[in-house]
Design a protein around this ligand. Structure first.
Ligand SMILES: C[S@@+](CC[C@H](N)C(=O)[O-])C[C@H]1O[C@@H](n2cnc3c(N)ncnc32)[C@H](O)[C@@H]1O
Length: 235
């Protein structure tokens, strides 16, 4: 079970000015992703230094690959879906798994979720999410705890663009099916990543998401929002 002391509370403008926070504010610009104009995020753009840094340069200064500095197509589509259909999140407890910038969790908070926890294993992502919450005057919580393998108390689990690696996707799907059996609802946003499940999903909406050629092999990605349906039982 996720415990309260594993989490950080974010209240209004309170921010711990630690190193990731300074790195993020120095290396990003606050902009709204194309599909989600309601929400501003600290993102990499052509005009800020992060855009030009290579993975090797970042590694040399102790910064993991900055997934949090981009609004991924799957996250943009899922955030758009939630903002247009707030009934999915209204007054519910919501987990944003692999939150990155927090775009999906922020959309849930914006649309009236009762409680939002953004989970990410990257401390820079957690710092970015707290900055982004403050930027949008929204409240949510963050956790660095690896929630896979834990019992989740959340009514709704949101997953934006996480099916890009086989071992992670296998672990994630096994955990999501267990959460479905425990009564949670699971929504996924995905632009056709290699390991997205081909079965046990119901497509709820699709979007043409404008992306950047720095990240993707095309400028527009056809991106779906799906509900995960009951799948394989415990092995
Ligand atoms: C492609 S990004 C997606 C970010 C965001 N959901 C979006 O759609 O913009 C993947 C994110 O998953 C996080 N991640 C990877 N493995 C994880 C794990 N086991 N638990 C939590 N987060 C994880 C990474 O740190 C990264 O921020």
């Amino acid at each position: 079970m996720l415990r309260p002391h594993d989490e950080y509370s974010l209240a209004g403008s309170f921010l711990l000015m630690n190193e990731p926070t300074l790195f993020i504010t120095d290396n990003t610009a606050p902009i709204a992703p194309p599909l989600v104009p309601e929400i501003k995020l600290h993102l990499a753009t052509e005009v800020v230094p992060l855009w030009r840094k290579t993975e090797e340069e970042l590694e040399a200064i102790g910064v993991p690959p900055p997934y949090w500095a981009f609004a991924w197509a799957g996250g943009q589509a899922l955030a758009r879906f939630i903002l247009d259909r707030p009934a999915f999140v209204w007054d519910r407890s919501v987990l944003d798994f692999g939150a990155g910038s927090g775009i999906v969790g922020l959309a849930a908070a914006h649309a009236g979720a009762r409680d939002v926890l953004c989970a990410d294993i990257d401390p820079f992502a957690l710092a970015a999410i707290r900055l982004n919450a403050s930027l949008n005057n929204l409240e949510l919580r963050t956790t660095a705890v690896d929630v896979l393998g834990q019992v989740s108390p959340f009514e709704l689990i949101l997953v934006g663009d996480m099916c890009y690696e086989r071992p992670l996707t296998d672990r994630l799907l096994a955990w999501l099916y267990a959460q479905l059996r425990a009564g949670a609802e699971v929504l996924l946003g995905d632009p056709g990543r290699s390991y997205f499940p081909k079965q046990n999903v119901e497509k709820l909406a699709s979007y043409q998401v404008k992306t950047t050629r720095e990240l993707e092999d095309r400028e527009i990605r056809d991106t779906g929002v799906y509900r995960l349906l009951a799948g394989p039982g415990p092995i």
